[in-house]
Unconditional design. Structure first.
Length: 253
């Protein structure tokens, strides 16, 4: 069993691996966001990609999601655990809380969101997406959150926006009415592509701010996100490592 990890902003520290070694990979879609860092966590083989690059140079629009997912498949991964920062659209989801996502709304506009740009003759591919996050992986992450004693929410709908700008207040209020619980700029295409390629995928979202719907505090800034990351990175890392320890042979057994 091999586990792919996609580390989001501030959660992409490759130093969490034992026996690390880097490898480059080209894919039919170009290069992944970063080299593939191969190593071991809790006795399990893992491959880590830093979603925004090791120096955080790829904007959410420019992240090569197809290359990242393809590369993890090609590297022999059986499943993907992803981390992401997110804004909270609900009062109950406070800064530093983790959310084990179970649904997404795709509000992106300028991204490649499929491996099937063209169909083979009579070979249409329409991937089911009703339950996009893998339940067995979500269960493992939930158990891990409980074991680590971190405040978390067992489910949540993420809306992924194009970015890199934040939302207007009108958008933020609309997303709340649509039923979104948290907001980010990356999960939707990544999760779609993992499903298309047949890799079970789950994501831990860490809440860093209240976006801008909550008018009793200033709207989100990047500086705020970085600061809240800083205080909570260890928590997410611990949850991830504990989850990897808890994975049985074959990610989704
Ligand atoms: N990532 C973290 N906070 C966010 C927000 N408020 N909007 C979009 N992406 C985010």
């Amino acid at each position: 069993m091999k586990i792919g990890i996609i580390g989001g902003s501030g959660l992409d520290n490759p130093d969490i691996l034992e026996n690390p070694s880097d490898s480059e990979m080209e894919t039919p879609y170009g290069a992944p966001s970063s080299c593939l860092r191969n190593g071991v966590i809790a006795g399990r083989d893992v491959v880590l990609i830093a979603r925004h690059g090791l120096e955080h140079t790829h904007t959410p629009t420019r992240v090569n999601y197809r290359a990242n997912i393809w590369a993890l498949k090609q590297a022999g991964c059986d499943c993907i655990l992803a981390t992401t920062a997110c804004g909270s659209l609900r009062r109950r989801i406070a800064r530093g809380h983790l959310v084990i996502l179970d649904q997404f709304i795709d509000f992106t506009r300028h991204r490649s969101i499929t491996f099937h740009d063209e169909f083979e003759p009579h070979g249409a591919v329409h991937t089911p997406m009703a339950e996009p996050f893998d339940d067995s992986l979500r269960e493992v992450l939930l158990r891990s959150c409980a074991e680590c004693g971190v405040e978390h929410h067992a489910r949540g709908t993420v809306i992924t926006i194009e970015g890199p700008r934040f939302s207007t207040r009108a958008e933020s209020n609309m997303f709340r009415q649509w039923g979104a619980d948290v907001i980010n700029m990356s999960v939707a295409p990544e999760c779609i592509l993992a499903n298309e390629i047949g890799l079970p995928y789950a994501a831990v979202a860490m809440s860093t701010d209240y976006d801008c719907w909550k008018t009793d505090e200033p709207p989100v800034t990047w500086e705020e996100i970085l600061e809240v990351f800083g205080g909570n990175v260890e928590k997410v890392t611990k949850v991830l490592i504990t989850a990897i320890k808890g994975l049985e042979q074959g990610c989704n057994d």
